[in-house]
Design a protein around this ligand. Sequence first.
Ligand code: UGA
Length: 342
Amino acid sequence: MNVVILGANGFIGSHLSERILAETDWTVSALDLHAHHLEHCLTDPRFVFRKGDLLAESAWIEEQIRAADVVLPLVGIAQPAYYVKNPLYVFELDFEQNLKIVRMCVTHSKRVLFPSTSEVYGLCPDKELSEDESLLVLGPVSKMRWIYSCSKQMMDRVLAAYGQERGLRFTCFRPFNWTGPRLDEPADAERGTARVITQFLFNLVHGRPLHLVGGGRQRRSFTSIHDGIDALLAIVRNERNNLDGEILNIGNPANQASVKELAHLVRDAAAAYPKYAPLAAAAVIADIPEDDYYGKGYADVQHRVPSIAKAERLLSWRPKRTLEDIVRDTVHYYLGDGGAWA
Ligand code: UGA
């Protein structure tokens, strides 16, 4: 099998690339602006890497798609701080640039696996969010946070329409707070634009407060990146040929925690490293209003739990890692010996 991964150096792309090379005999055609998370892949003759972006590399990308069995367009902005500060860029990259890739897949009749998001459910009150039943509920346009959710939802709908009218073979997967090594870059955390666990760690290491936006009672279902990649590999394999036209939540409903509980878990995990124990002991966990942290265009989701019945049924997959495993794994990557921020 020949797999095209656009955005291969990213959080999902780099883990997927590594696992493909380690566990299969497939070849990978990969594109990214950077390659620092791909050092184990670059030396493998089955991994062809092109440095560049979606805009400038259209011709190369189309050539790869023509020769591909499966295409994963993983390039996108996925940090809420950017949805608020750079909403147009989020739309242009996450929707417009990716639409170009989707259309290439239509032209060349290639199977495409697209990253949708838990964010498409927005403010839906369902206790468990279901791919084929839950309503997708967004806030007003003045709340820019929803431009990401809306762009992703639109792409889900465009894919479904291409499936119906032009026979496109597609599967959408919806990550629910996939977490683990390489989630965010130090530059993001320095700017205060990282996802919650990496932002907490960075702040702790730099003696800054761990901010609980809006008080920290909002809850998420955290999913290990490794469980996410297990599911994604099963989607690529499509062994039972039952995934065309399907949307799948990939999350862990057992790993629910409030942001406040997460802050305490991160602080306790950092305290296990002698070098960081004093910083952990001194770490302040402090409330901050949403507008002060993200700006006026922010809105939050209070509760987000996936139903994974469909993924379990179609993929024979179940997430295995606990929240404690996830925090330990992530903290170790950033703070362990030779760690990214050690
Ligand atoms: C994420 C992102 O939109 C995407 O990565 C993705 O599509 C999706 O959800 C997902 O992975 O399921 P969110 O869950 O809000 O959105 O991601 P974070 O930025 O990690 O924030 C989680 C919560 O922590 C939010 O309520 C946020 O306000 C809070 N937070 C964040 C803090 O309290 N303190 C911080 O320093 C950072």
